[in-house]
Write a protein that binds this ligand. Structure first.
Ligand code: PEP
Ligand code: MG
Length: 324
């Protein structure tokens, strides 16, 4: 995908029959904000905050983070900005944060596991900055937690938000509680999506990790690249289940893994019931164009055929046939 010459649409798009789908950008640096605006992103669907912590001697303080989050909100005066709390570990090491040698770092202490453990102090500082940024965000700031696998982990993260809010209140600092969400990137989270959806405002599916964990196939090992495919029926079903759980639990459901940026898969994702797609900025114009050509009922039929497929080839065939 990518590279086709399509018009840039600055306005949000709908399907042919009028269903709104938010098309947002994944950003990993402040410089990328500008590209996201230029490509017509409706907002930021994944702000990877690791970059704030990289290439330096120690972690950024509250004031520095507050400034960065405010800048992201300013870049999208009418758009939502979804910030992911620090996701260290696995493929994302940070030199000055001690990471013990683990036999299998991808199954080790990473993402929210660190935020609720050895990096609890950093988690609090980040949440303080986020809640303070939310005060000026007119409800547009959202915060999500990576690598959640259990309900108690989510509850602990939500309790930290509450206690940070109490501290800010006591200090007489302005703050607001942002919209809160969970990344669905472990099989456990996908299977518990109904439980999670009851407790938050939104779910965002991270297909890069979700595919790796559902298929037990590393996202970094070429020898198993064929298995690391989000069109594997098990992954498609995990997505379908998550979208359904979100609807039932009154939580909007987005996707911020790479799958979301493939315009050939847009119709399938609309049919699976996603409300938001977040991707690297370059693919936004093509995905917006694809949404504008999609009929929801056709998309839903494609999705149900995909869900019933038993191989990724069969899923791919359904997609190819509808694209003809
Ligand atoms: C994902 O896992 O799909 C995701 C969006 O997060 P990251 O690629 O940063 O792990
Ligand atoms: Mg991930």
């Amino acid at each position: 995908a990518g590279g086709r010459d399509v018009e840039i649409r600055e306005e949000p798009v709908t399907t042919v029959d009028g269903k709104s789908i938010e098309v947002a950008a994944n950003v990993g640096t402040l410089a990328e904000l500008e590209g996201a605006v230029r490509q017509g992103a409706d907002g930021i669907g994944l702000f990877r905050t690791e970059f704030l912590f990289l290439d330096r001697e120690g972690p950024p303080d509250e004031a520095e983070q507050l400034e960065v989050y405010a800048e992201a909100l300013d870049a999208f005066p009418d758009g939502r900005v979804v910030v992911r709390t620090l996701d260290v570990g696995g493929d994302k090491p940070i030199p000055y944060l001690e990471q013990p040698d683990a036999d299998n770092p991808f199954l080790g202490e990473r993402g929210v596991r660190r935020s609720l453990g050895p990096d609890a102090d950093l988690f609090e500082i980040q949440l303080r900055a986020l809640l303070r940024a939310a005060a000026d965000g007119d409800g547009r700031l959202s915060v999500m937690f990576p690598m959640i696998a259990t309900v108690p982990e989510l509850e602990a993260a939500l309790e930290t938000v509450e206690s940070v809010a109490e501290d800010l209140e006591a200090e007489d600092l302005e703050y607001a509680i942002p919209e809160l969400g969970v990344m669905i990137e472990t099989p456990s989270a996908a299977l518990l999506a109904d439980e999670l959806a009851e407790r938050v405002d939104f779910l965002s599916i991270g297909t890069n990790d979700l595919t790796q964990y559902v298929m037990a196939a590393s996202r970094e090992d070429d020898r198993v690249a064929a298995l690391h495919d989000p069109l594997e029926p098990a992954v498609v079903r995990a997505i379908a289940r998550t979208a359904e759980a979100g609807r039932a639990g009154d939580a909007w459901v987005g996707m911020c893994g790479e799958m979301a940026g493939d315009p050939d898969l847009t119709e399938l994702l609309v049919g699976l019931g996603l409300d938001e797609l977040s991707m690297s900025a370059v693919t936004i114009p093509e995905v917006k164009a694809a949404i504008a050509e999609t009929e929801t009922t056709d998309a839903e039929e494609l999705a149900s055929r995909a869900i019933e497929s038993s191989t990724k080839e069969a899923v791919q065939k359904q997609i190819t046939e509808t694209n003809l």
